[in-house]
Structure formats: C-alpha cells, structure tokens
Design a protein around this ligand. Structure first.
Ligand code: PEP
Ligand code: MG
Length: 663
C-alpha cells in the first residue's frame, strides 16, 4: 500500500494506546514467505507525499530479507515473550491451526469437564459394582439418544463416530478393570478415575496420533460415567446463548454434539488435530474450528468477546471496538463473497476468452458429497476412501463398504465419482492394521504398496465398489503408484474381482474407468508406457511436490521453502500435461494446488483443464476462471517458466492484478 493520505483510507484507524504518532502518508509492504504473510514493514511520513517506485522497491527488498531472517529463526518470537507477562484482561491475539474454515464472532463459553469426587473409599464392593452397572446402562441410553438425533440421520459418518464411542462403553476389559479397583476398596467413582489415570499414562506414551485421539474419546466417556455416578449428567442437551464460541482443552465428538449446534459460532481448542473425530464433525456441521491454540484456557474466561478467524488460524480475545468493527467488515465481505459464489453455481466455468474448464470436488465424507449440488461442481474428482476406514475401530466388511459406496453414488446422482482406493499407512494409521514404526512413513509402506502386499484388503474394497456401482459407471483410482508394473498388478486384482462378480451372476458396472495418481516423480518418466494403459491420470500435487523437492510436507521448518509455483514444479507439470494431451488421456489435478486460485490459474496456464478441490474452493476458483484471459496468461507464463526465481507466484499475482483476474 502506498497512500499519500492514509487517513482518508476506508480502513484507517488511529489507536492511541499503541503510542502511535499522527502521520499523513504510509507505505507498507507485506513480509511474505512462500505465499504466507509473516508481517508488514511500514514507513510513515508526517507530511503528505507520494512514494516512488524506487522507495517501494527498497522496502520490498527489506521485507524479503526480513522474511528470510524470521524463517531462519534469527528473530525471536516477540509475541511469545509478551504473552507470559501480559495482563490476562487485555486484548490478546492468539494463533493456532485452522482445522475447519470460516470467520465467526461470539462470546466465550468454557467447556467444563472436571469432576470432583468426594467419597474415595467403600467397604461394600457389591453395592459399588451395582452402581457402576446402573450408571453404564444410563450412559448407553444417553448415547443411543444422541444417535437418534435428526440432524445426524443424513450423514452416516457422525453415526459411526458415535457408534465407535459406544463400543468403548461396551468394552468388557474396561468394566473389569473398574470392578477390580472396587474390590481393592475404592468407591465406584474413585475406581473409574483410577482406571482413567492408568489408561491415560499407558496411551499418552503412544507415538501414534490416532491412539492419542482415541484417548481423548476415552477421557470423555469416563467423565460422562463419573457424572452419571454422581447424580446424572446435567450437560445433556445443554442450552447455550446464541453465538457461543466454545472453548476447551480438547473435545470429544459426543461432548460437542451435546451442545445445540445452531448456537455454536465457533470452537477453539488447546489440543485438537486435523483427523480427530470432533474436527470431522465440526467441519461437516460447517462450524469454524481452530485447534492447537497454546495457553488458550489460561487467557480466556467465559463471557469474553472473541473473534475467530479460522481462515488464518487467528483468535482475538476481548478485541475492543475498532478491531471488532474491522472484523465486521471482513464478516460482511465473507457473506457477500459467499453470496457471489452461490450466484456462480449455475454459470459455466469458462474463461473470459471462452475456454471451458471442469471443476470437481474432493470428498472424504458422505456429507461432502452433498456439496455437489450446492457448489455446482461437475462431479467428485477424488473420493478419499480411507477416511471412513480411519473413523472405525474395526475393519469394515464388504457389505458395510458396499452400502457406503452405494450411498455416495446415490447422493452424487448423475455426476461421476472417482473412488481412490485406500491410501493408508504412514500417518494415516488404521487402528486394526499393524504396520510398525517407520523412519520415513510418507515414503514407507503405504497405499498401493500395502495393497500389493496384502491383496485381500484391496480385493474386498474393489468387490464392494463393483457391487455398489450396480449398472452405473465405476471409476477407480490407485494412489502412490511408482511403476507401470505396479499398475499391471493392481489391474489384475481388479480383473479378478470383475470375473468373480460376473461368475456369481452379479450386475456389473456399465463402464469401468481406471486411473492412477501421479504422486511419485518416477512415474512421470514412464508416461509412454503408462498412458495407453489408463483412462485418466490425476496429479496429487501434495505428495508430488514434496517428493520432487525432497521436502517433507508436514515439517514446519520447511514450510514455505519450496512453493508449488516454483519453475521446476511447473515445468514438470507442463511436460505431464503435454504427454497426456498427445496420448488423449484425461488429466486432472486433485492436490491442494487446484483449490488455490493463483495456483489453479497457473495450472490452466500450463494447459490443465480439470481441477478437483474442497467444496469451499469451488466458488473462488470459478470466479478466477471467469475473469481470466487464458491465452494472454499462457503467453506470459511460458516466459516466466525460464525464471530463476524460487517461485513465480508474485509474477502471477502481478498478472492477475494487471488483468483484473479475481484471485
Ligand atoms: C495429493 O497427494 O496431492 C493427494 C491429493 O492425496 P493426499 O493429500 O490424500 O495425500
Ligand atoms: Mg497423496
């Protein structure tokens, strides 16, 4: 921003409490690294003046150097030092991980879960055992009632979450250990708490994230049982005032569902992770969620005003009028944007110069498939089948899988769905599949590699997919294929299942389309052999880029170091696109790149025509497509591919600005 008269700007705000001096002109540039804004460098002048190109350039260079220093850890995190000494009642800005997107404003409510026990010992073991039995029965009735809630009946995953939860409640081992503790002289409450402590110690040492998530479920269950023992669970159906921001250390799915979903504006957690059950439920209910907010509970009180920016993972506590007014502008803009995107639903995804593009949806929950109609996406370009597997305590049999896939296809109606076979292993552990610790799980025993070593699992999945398709089209996509010979082996398993189904006289899909994900760079060296064997190729840019740059996508120290818009990545992707065009093979991108408007623009500029993304990205990407002069971009971008810059993102942003492309 270069403003000669900053005070005239719509968003200008004077904050005397910061000790800021009055000024007229302002020049500010963002401190950017890998597309993320780390901060802003600003210069101000008391007299009104215009800033020239040279000054802008100097400040941009300064910001670039600062960005490298911040990323290299040479500048300490001032905010951290400040938090510790700050008076808790002052406005505060906290950061966490955005786990379910959106902006929200509301009043904090601290979720209570600690249960104080007043009677620790008992000499009547029989009576204490009976009390546990009665409390467990009441707990079962309560969980059953939660399962019957009408707003859950539409999407099966929530039910599965709760059912998993109920399974814990029926675990005989758990009840046995409680009874043993009672026989040692403890009261029912103290026995339940003792087993909780033991389990906590045992499970918290587990390195698996999934086990730790299950521990949270278990804690929630134990607390409910304790509340039953101590005179009823008064939390059930808890009424909250409207616009509540629920604050907790961690939250189980059933605890979340105890609250009236309509009253919840947002959820904030000290813990929480992307694949936790409660996260999946908030996302499906469309409630913004920020997790991993350090020190949250020590800084917030029930009744505090809170602003939640779950687009950027930022929370403002007790924000004050000016910040709230600015946030209101952002909220209003969010509303207007969503309205604009809704209006785009039925218009074609066509560039300004008349090129058609296909926008598809990435899904993993049945609830995601509902977004097809809402967004106007043409179909599901990536259905991540592992998500329902990860949410269960046991392996789903063929019948369970069949009914699930059939529901996905029914829900999608005429729109095609590409089912990706299980991409498990590595960080996506299944509780019922032992794979052992690995040093490099992302490059380890995962996905297709497991499928080829344990073919029964894949055969069951293919069997279910064939049955679920009936006489409809079936599209199957294999992840993490590194060699053509692997595809051949996978294809043989598919053929065997087709023959089996036909031998049993079952209905067969009217067409079977077979595709492969391009995630391992080596596969791109085999396109001549690969492409004639497949119906479609889909670029999994999340994995592809990490392998291309040998840069772990989950390592925070490498975050932003290698951009997917680096010339190396784009040249790679261009070659793939050219080969597919020559061979006439359908090509899609289904990694996160496809849903980022600037990166999506770059992909179109390389010649890609099909992009698959999460539901919330469809509107913004369509707005970009419709404002894009594609041929001009192609000419410009082709030249940029020879740049030695680490990323051409800034040039593309410049192109978008100059040509009125909405990114
Ligand atoms: C990818 O790697 O780009 C991809 C879509 O798969 P996932 O993110 O599920 O690994
Ligand atoms: Mg992948």
């Amino acid at each position: 921003m270069a403003l000669a008269d900053a005070q005239k700007h719509r968003l200008f705000a004077y904050r005397p409490e910061t000790g800021e001096e009055r000024y007229s002109s302002l020049l500010g540039v963002p401190i950017l690294r890998g597309g993320r804004v780390l901060g802003v460098v600003v210069i101000q002048n008391q007299t009104a003046r215009e800033y020239g190109d040279e000054e802008v350039e100097i400040l941009e260079t300064t910001a670039m150097v600062l960005a490298e220093m911040v990323a290299g850890g040479q500048i300490t995190d001032i905010r951290e030092a400040r938090y510790d000494s700050e008076d808790a009642a002052l406005p505060q800005r906290l950061e966490g991980r955005a786990l379910s997107p959106g902006l929200a404003k509301g009043v904090a409510f601290i979720h209570q879960r600690r249960v104080a026990i007043d009677r620790m010992l008992s000499d009547d073991a029989v009576q204490e055992e009976a009390r546990v039995r009665v409390a467990l029965e009441a707990l079962h009735i309560q969980l059953d009632a939660a399962l019957e809630r009408p707003d859950l009946s539409a999407s099966g995953e929530h039910r599965e979450v709760l059912e998993t939860f109920r399974m814990f409640a029926e675990d005989r081992g758990w009840v046995r250990r409680i009874n043993e503790a009672i026989h040692q002289g403890l009261s029912a409450e103290a026995a339940v708490q003792r087993v909780q402590e033991e389990t906590r110690v045992r499970m918290s040492q587990a390195s698996s994230g999934l086990l730790r998530e299950r521990l949270l479920d278990f804690e929630e269950l134990t607390n409910r049982l304790l509340r039953q023992l101590m005179g009823g669970d008064e939390d059930v159906g808890l009424q909250l005032p409207e616009h509540t921001v629920l604050v907790a250390r961690s939250l189980g799915p059933a605890e979340l569902l105890n609250y009236e979903a309509g009253a919840l504006s947002a959820v904030l957690l000290e813990e929480g992770s992307a694949n936790a059950h409660a996260t999946i439920v908030t996302r499906a209910l469309g409630i913004p969620l920020i997790g991993r907010v350090n020190g949250l509970l020590s800084r917030v009180d029930t009744g505090d005003d809170v602003l939640v920016d779950a687009a950027n993972g930022v929370v403002y506590l007790r924000p004050g009028d000016e910040l709230t007014a600015n946030f209101d502008v952002a909220l209003e803009a969010q509303g207007t944007r969503q309205e604009t995107y809704r209006n785009l639903r039925d218009v074609p995804a066509e560039t300004r110069d008349g090129h058609r593009v296909s926008l598809l949806l990435n899904a993993g929950l049945l609830a995601d498939v509902n977004h097809l109609a809402e967004t106007g996406a043409e179909g599901v370009g990536l259905y991540r089948t592992e998500i329902p597997f990860m949410m269960r305590a046991t392996y789903p049999d063929v019948a369970t899988q069949t009914s699930f896939y059939a529901r996905v296809l029914d829900e999608a109606g005429d729109r095609p769905v590409v089912f990706r076979t299980l991409d498990i292993g590595g960080d996506k552990a299944l509780p019922y599949l032992q794979s052992g610790a690995e040093e490099n799980p992302a490059m380890g025993w995962r996905a297709t590699r497991i499928a080829l070593d344990r073919p029964v699992m894949l055969r069951h999945q293919l069997r279910a997919l064939i049955r679920a398709s009936g006489q409809r089209e079936l599209s199957v996509m294999f992840p993490m294929v590194a060699q053509v010979s692997e595809l051949d082996a996978l294809h043989r398993l598919l053929d065997m299942e087709m023959e089996r189904a036909s031998g049993l006289g079952q209905e067969l899909p009217d067409t079977v389309r077979v595709g492969v994900m391009l995630e391992v760079p080596a596969l791109a060296m085999q396109l001549t052999n690969l492409l004639p064997r497949i119906d479609f190729l889909s670029v999994g840019s999340n994995d592809l880029v990490q392998f291309l740059f040998a840069s772990d996508r989950g390592n925070p120290r490498l975050e932003g170091r290698y951009d997917s818009l680096a010339p190396a990545a784009l040249i790679f992707l261009k070659n793939v696109c050219n080969s597919c065009r020559d061979a006439g093979t359908q090509l899609t991108v289904c990694g996160e790149m496809a849903g980022d408007p600037v990166a999506a623009m770059a992909l179109l500029g390389l010649g890609y025509e099909r992009l698959s993304m999460t539901a919330v990205s469809v509107g913004p990407v369509k707005a970009m497509v419709r404002s894009l002069p594609l041929e001009d971009l192609m000419a410009y971008q082709d030249r940029m591919l020879h740049s030695s810059a680490p990323s051409i993102r800034r040039y593309l942003q410049g192109f978008a600005r100059d040509h009125g492309v909405e990114v």
